[in-house]
Design a protein around this ligand. Sequence first.
Ligand SMILES: Nc1ncnc2c1ncn2[C@@H]1O[C@H](COP(=O)(O)OP(=O)(O)OP(=O)(O)O)[C@@H](O)[C@H]1O
Ligand SMILES: [Mg+2]
Length: 246
Amino acid sequence: MLELKHLSYAVQEDGGELGILNDISLTVGDGRLVVFTGPNGGGKTTLAKSIMGLVRPTGGRIFWNGQDITSMGITERARLGISYGFQQPPRFKGLTVRDLLTLASGNETLSKDRCCQYLTRVGLCANDYLDREVDASLSGGEVKRIEIASILARNAALMIFDEPEAGIDLWSFARLTETFEQLHAAGGATMIIISHQERIISLADEVIVVGEGRVRHRGTPEEILPRILTDTLGVCPVLRKEAMAK
Ligand SMILES: Nc1ncnc2c1ncn2[C@@H]1O[C@H](COP(=O)(O)OP(=O)(O)OP(=O)(O)O)[C@@H](O)[C@H]1O
Ligand SMILES: [Mg+2]
């Protein structure tokens, strides 16, 4: 179980303090699929990076299975079973797709068949990709899918996917949605998916809307989706004030 207690992250800007995350408290139970959604710049990636240890919160605590991990580094958290897929994945020159999957799985003798299974789940054909380097020659969508495959290979207890749909074509997206659905149905993994996609949001046990660094709404997809679709003024404070004055 993941617990965030009064999590805050502030940066110094123009002599003042800018709150990026403001007093976020939430719990993600074992085996749950939780989707974080909300406006651009709302704080979703910062929140995910705080859980992974890539961003050090300035306030609050993070607990994983009852253990306080707030001051732990990325490697230690990874060892505890937490994994994160970047919104814009890094490339690794000199490392092949097969190397990346092998490293992620922790199994030095990972078979071609297993690699193939992970790649198929993100809509890629192993024959075309296994020996390719994870470098600039791969397209944005390919690198994104390979990173998602590496998270699947890691088989972590907590998987965090940051906008897995970004840059992915409709056919592969359908395959990916199915993969998330199957993973969730099989149980075991706890998943946090950051997404703007209705198809992914509707898979969630719980949807958490993050805006202005706070939890703005939370509930089931049935409760939240209609609110997102009608909450068009929520992102602009000027428009919101004008609308309220009318
Ligand atoms: N180190 C930093 N210094 C200043 N501002 C920052 C810093 N890190 C994040 N921000 C700002 O915090 C806000 C939240 O960023 P974040 O990347 O978490 O948003 P997001 O919800 O993931 O957005 P998107 O949907 O566009 O991916 C943004 O306005 C961003 O510019
Ligand atoms: Mg983001």
